[in-house]
Design a protein around this ligand. Structure first.
Ligand code: F6R
Length: 366
């Protein structure tokens, strides 16, 4: 059942080239920039005219929502708010009939997410679901939706569901961007072509496994970790930190790299591993200076960089190279080494990675 892998989590990490492909299969054709998703088509006019998109989710699904915020605003030029379902539902939020609420949930059973969308529904908003489990409560409560085709996720720590969510949300952002005329055809074609190359690039990123085992050996006894990223890699920093804390029980925090100097920089000393996701994108130059700030305080830098980069590698203690891609799609690649790092550290610490203490696969209580 684990397909020869020691744990479901590792199997699911390694399934990602396929699960990402399954989540986009039949939904796009590069030659004629064709994109199709039945659930989106049904509400195409609503999406086109939406004043705002509100995304509600919890945990890892909330991180996928943050990636979607960058995508929707950049490609489709619709304002987006990303809400923790548990906060949104209890604060008397302003919701109108022109809002589209997207609920993201792997299990489709998360109590707070379900309640948040029921609330939005009662105020007349259009409810769209991005769920993995077919026929789940959230999927049934929505007006329309798009399933992620990640297949069953057994490990409590979400891995392939996250990349499937990001894949589907990227396609939705492209469809709406095309419809609204905010995403020009040449750029759309490039993105679709790049999207098609993602499964093989994920495959390549998975070959980092051996190297990451080595890095895990070095830091397995650390008591704290900091994860930094900017732009599309900021949600990835949050996700990397969540993965590490939930399965290895090491305290970890994810931060937008520029926020470091507003507090967390005080934590940095020679004991502090800092994972910096610093791929070649529009914020690259900025993150180079953040890495310098960490170095100046003797922090240990584990850098995730784009293949061929020479600047960051000259400053980092460990360099993890991932294939180059469009910055819109980079989370699909940059999250892979972070999943592997948390997995190996947890295994080395003797933790039960598939069923971490105190956690359940679906949180059906509030
Ligand atoms: C993290 C994790 C949790 C879930 C969260 C939402 O690895 O598993 O944070 O992401 O409980 O669950 P779903 O997506 O099922 O609503």
């Amino acid at each position: 059942e684990k397909g020869g892998y020691e744990h479901f989590m590792l199997k699911e990490i390694f399934e990602q080239p396929k699960s990402i492909l399954d989540s986009m299969r039949g939904r796009m054709i590069a030659e004629n920039d064709h994109l199709m998703m039945a659930g989106v088509r049904e509400f195409e006019n609503k999406f086109q005219n939406a004043d705002r998109i509100i995304i509600v989710a919890c945990g890892t699904s909330w991180h996928a929502g943050l990636v979607a915020e960058y995508l929707f605003e950049d490609l489709a030029r619709i304002p987006v708010e990303v809400e923790y379902a548990s906060e949104f539902r209890y604060r008397n939020p302003i919701i109108t009939e022109k809002d589209i609420v997207i609920a993201i949930s792997q299990s489709g059973e998360t109590a707070d997410t379900l309640a948040a969308l029921e609330l939005a529904k009662s105020k007349g908003a259009t409810i769209f679901g991005v769920c993995n489990v077919v026929g789940s409560s959230i999927a049934r409560a929505t007006d329309a939706g798009a399933y992620t085709h990640a297949g069953p996720e057994i490990g409590v720590a979400s891995t392939k569901a996250f990349t499937a969510q990001v894949t589907v949300l990227t396609l939705i952002a492209m469809i709406i961007g095309k419809k609204r005329g905010t995403l020009e055809t040449t750029k759309l074609r490039q993105l679709i072509a790049e999207m098609e190359s993602i499964p093989s690039k994920v495959e390549k990123a998975l070959q980092l496994n051996e190297q990451i085992i080595g890095i895990s050996e070095v830091y397995k006894d650390a008591t704290n970790f900091l994860y930094l990223g900017r732009g599309y890699n900021f949600p990835v920093a949050l996700e990397g930190a969540l993965k590490l804390k939930e399965i290895s029980y090491i305290h970890a925090e994810g931060y937008p790299a520029a926020e470091m100097k507003h507090g967390p920089i005080a934590l940095i000393d020679e004991q502090m591993p800092v994972v910096v996701i610093a791929t070649k994108d529009s914020s690259y130059e900025k993150i180079v200076s953040n890495v310098q700030e960490v170095r100046a305080r003797k922090g240990k830098v584990i850098a995730v960089v784009t293949e061929g980069d020479t600047t960051i590698p000259a400053m980092a203690d460990h360099v993890i190279e991932i294939p180059e891609t469009s910055e819109h799609l980079v989370p699909l690649l940059s999250v892979i080494p972070l999943q592997l790092l948390s997995y190996h550290i947890a295994v080395m610490r003797g933790c039960n990675v598939d069923q971490p203490r105190n956690l359940a696969k679906s949180v059906t209580v509030e």
